[in-house]
Each structure stands twice: as structure tokens, then as C-alpha cells.
Design a protein around this ligand. Structure first.
Ligand code: BGC
Length: 453
């Protein structure tokens, strides 16, 4: 996919290494689904403990997201991402070698902190090093990396399914962690961060290196104007400013809807769902899950191609409608029951289509919109709050899913997610305006006008 401008080499390299953060986010959240089938048996896990193993990384991620902005403002994006690569390595090794459940949980918690930091800093670093005109595609490149990471985790899960080697599944996450850390050693600091810390000569040198030309005066001038407009260091209190209320409602609202519409019950528990639906062997359940992963990647590519022409709002609305239909079908499939094989098929197809509709809408559009709708001076903090909400609700859905299935029933649980998705549709319909092809200043001005007095 062509994303760079005049200097595809310098910039593509930066993008590729930085997107490893997205890959690790995807790999380390996805890998638990396959591993859980074996961890459950080895440690004799009750449903509550299983939810904890699946969810502890998400709690770590919410924590990591809370600190990512502040740490990277202080120490620089590059250094914090580099350390995050090492955090992934340590967490993966601890989890893979854990002799006890408690150590496994600690390892996953450490990985989670890495995921949380990466989920925020990868798009931030990409956006800050990207030329303005390709920023949108680049932020979505991060989502593509996430879905590729999930797919790779499923394939690794499949490869090790026969032997039940869950330790290898978790341990392999150390490899991209090492590449990320080493890669960040050679990558430049974000020119925006350098300029913000008064290191203007270095900022100019980095811009020249990234763009492969010494003709960067215009972009550099824009960078400095931006900073002058900010004029102060951001603080959390800025989020209380009435001008930020509407973006905050939209950002946090979409963060919550991205999770309570149930995507990660599929991403993390797909093999378990497939087994319940009649695909009884662990390998066929994991293979069907890999199919879901392929649909996720493919539809994300479609989304990236359409996002600047069809627009964010249309993709969101169509995606949400499709999700409602698929969730209802899924619920019906479980409600009717019937022959195990038929049920297995309905489940597999509805799940794949559901993930496809998520991937063209709510998946990429949420991360893109939160990088677009906040006024510049609170963008980091605003994105931080939305990211924390996203991980917090991810955790909530993950730890309640198995309980809900037990108490409400499988069909009713999916009907509940369908109802939340109807809510997401109404929310999007009434609050989310199109942002394609508009400058961030125009978006900001429009949101200010719509602000209730
Ligand atoms: C979401 C993740 C989800 C992934 C699935 C991301 O946008 O934030 O929670 O697992 O998409 O592709």
C-alpha cells in the first residue's frame, strides 16, 4: 500500500517499525484465545479465573494508556516506545516460563502495560512523523497492523494446537518486541516533540531525513505555528474546557461502543464459541478462528481504501447496521440450536460477517476519529482518556462474557450486544459528523459551533 510521498524509503521504514507496536497490540491480545484452551486444562481454571487470565492484560493496558501520554511528553516518543519493546520481551518471557498461575498472570499484566502504551503511542508517533496529507491513511495503517497481529497470533495458535504448546504461543511475542526495540534505536525522534522541546535544529534535521529532501521549510513553519498556537503545556484540566466537551463525548462514547458491541468476545473467545457451536476439535476451532482473522485483515484493507472517499460516517453507519444483523443471526443460531453441524456453520458465517462489518467501520474509524476531533492543545490527553475508556470497557466485556453466557444464555448474550449496537448506531447518527477531506482546524471550528452554550 502506498502511503509515503516523495520519500517512501525513509518514511516507510519509520512507519513499518513503528507499526510493530500495532502488531504487538494485536498479537498479544489475540494469542490468548488459542492459548486459553490449554491453559484452562493445565491450571484447572474455573470460569472466573479464566476471565482473569484473559482480562489481566487489558487491566494493564488501561494503566499503560494512562501513563503513555505523560511519559512520552517528558522523555520523548522514541525512547518510550523503545522501552515498551523491552517491556513486551520481559512480559512474554515471564508468561511463557511461568511455573505457577500467579506468575502467568504477572507476565500477562506486564505485557498488558506494553499494549496500553503501544496502543496510544503508535498512532501518535505515526501521526507526528507523517506528512499532513497522509496522516489519515497512516493512522489506519496502525489498525491494519493490529489485525495482522491478531491473524498471526491465530496462525501461531493453530501451529501449536496439536502439541498444546501454549508457552510457545505466548513466548513468541518477544520476537516483534525485540525488533521494535532495536528498530527504535535507529529511528528518529518525532520532529514535533523535538520542536516542542526547543530542539529546533534537530527537528529540522529529522524532517529532512524523513522526507528525503532539504526542502522542508514550509512544513517546518507549519509545525512551529502549530506549537505557537498551543502556547502552553497541556494539562488534564484542559479537558474540562467546554470547547472540548463534544469531542470528549464522541471520543469516549465511541470508545465504549467499540467494546460493548462485543468484538472482543469473538477476537478472544472465538475458539471457545466455535467449540460450543459444534466444531469440537481444538484444531478445527482454531482454524475457523484463523478464517475470522483473515476477514478482519481483508476488510480493514477495504476500509483504508474507502475511508477518504466514502467517508468515516458512512462506513461507521453501514458497519454498525451489518453488525446488528449478524449479532441477531448469531443469537438466533444459538436460540434455535438444532443439528450441531448446521449450527456450527451459521455461527462461523455470522461471526465472520460480524467481524467484517466491524473491520470496515467501528474498528479503524474509532482510532482515526479520536486523532482528528480533539483540539490540538488537548489531543494527547483527549486521546488518552478515550483510550483508557476503550481498554476499561474491553476488560469489562471480557470478564463478564463467560458469566453472562452462563447466567443469561448464549443467545441472549448476543441479543444484548445487538441491542448495544443499535445504541451505537443512534449515537453515531446523531453526533458524528463527516471529517473526510477537512482540515483539523475546520473540524475543530465545526465542533466548537455545535457546542451547547
Ligand atoms: C480494537 C480492539 C480489537 C481490534 C480487532 C481494535 O480497533 O480496539 O479491541 O481487538 O480492533 O481488530
Amino acid at each position: 500500500m502506498k502511503i509515503g510521498g516523495r520519500d517512501p524509503v525513509g518514511f516507510s521504514l519509520t512507519a513499518a517499525i513503528a507499526a510493530l507496536g500495532g502488531l504487538l497490540f494485536g498479537y498479544d491480545t489475540g494469542v490468548i484465545s488459542g492459548a486459553l484452551l490449554f491453559i484452562r486444562v493445565e491450571f484447572h481454571l474455573a470460569p472466573g479465573a479464566e476471565g482473569l487470565v484473559a482480562g489481566i492484560a487489558l487491566a494493564g493496558a488501561a494503566g499503560g494508556a494512562a501513563f503513555a501520554g505523560g511519559l512520552s511528553d517528558r522523555f520523548g516518543r522514541r525512547r518510550v516506545i523503545l522501552v515498551t519493546g523491552l517491556v513486551f520481551v520481559v512480559g512474554s518471557v515471564v508468561a511463557a516460563l511461568a511455573p505457577y498461575l500467579s506468575l502467568l498472570i504477572i507476565g500477562r499484566l506486564i505485557i498488558g502495560v506494553g499494549i496500553g502504551v503501544a496502543s496510544m503511542l503508535t498512532p501518535l508517533y505515526l501521526a507526528e512523523t507523517a506528512p499532513a496529507r497522509t496522516r489519515g491513511a497512516l493512522v489506519s495503517l496502525n489498525q491494519l497492523a493490529i489485525t495482522c497481529g491478531i491473524l498471526v497470533s491465530y496462525l501461531v495458535g493453530y501451529a501449536f494446537a496439536a502439541s498444546g504448546e501454549w508457552r510457545w504461543m505466548l513466548g513468541l511475542g518477544a520476537v516483534p518486541g525485540v525488533i521494535l526495540a532495536v528498530g527504535m534505536l535507529v529511528l528518529p525522534e518525532s520532529p514535533r516533540w523535538l520542536a516542542g522541546h526547543g530542539r529546533l535544529d534537530e527537528a529540522m534535521a529529522v524532517l529532512r531525513r524523513l522526507r528525503g529532501t532539504s526542502d522542508v521549510e514550509a512544513e517546518f513553519a507549519e509545525l512551529r505555528t502549530d506549537l505557537q498556537r498551543e502556547g502552553r503545556l497541556p494539562s488534564w484540566r484542559e479537558l474540562l474546557n467546554p470547547a472540548v466537551r463534544l469531542p470528549l463525548v464522541i471520543g469516549v462514547g465511541l470508545a465504549i461502543f467499540q467494546q460493548i458491541t462485543g468484538i472482543n468476545t469473538v477476537i478472544y473467545f472465538a475458539p471457545t464459541i466455535f467449540q460450543a457451536a459444534g466444531l469440537s476439535s481444538a484444531s478445527s476451532a482454531i482454524l475457523a478462528t484463523a478464517g475470522v482473522g483473515v476477514v478482519n485483515v481483508a476488510m480493514t484493507v477495504v476500509a483504508i481504501r474507502l475511508i477518504d472517499s466514502v467517508g468515516r460516517r458512512a462506513l461507521l453507519l453501514v458497519g454498525l447496521l451489518g453488525m446488528v444483523v449478524c449479532l441477531a443471526l448469531l443469537g438466533l443460531g444459538f436460540a434455535i440450536g438444532g443439528g450441531a453441524a448446521a449450527l456450527g456453520w451459521i455461527t462461523a458465517l455470522s461471526l465472520a460477517a460480524y467481524v467484517g462489518f466491524f473491520a470496515i467501520g467501528l474498528g479503524p474509524v474509532f482510532w482515526l476519529l479520536i486523532s482528528e476531533i480533539f483540539p490540538l492543545y488537548v489531543r494527547g490527553r483527549g486521546m488518552g482518556v478515550a483510550t483508557i475508556a476503550n481498554w476499561g470497557f474491553n476488560l469489562l466485556v471480557t470478564v463478564t462474557f463467560l458469566e453472562l453466557v452462563e447466567r443469561l444464555g448464549r443467545a441472549e448474550t448476543f441479543f444484548l450486544y445487538a441491542a448495544f449496537t443499535v445504541g451505537a448506531f443512534i449515537f453515531t447518527w446523531s453526533l458524528v459528523r463527516e471529517t473526510k477531506g477537512r482540515s483539523l482546524e475546520e473540524i475543530e471550528a465545526d465542533l466548537r459551533l455545535r457546542q451547547p452554550a
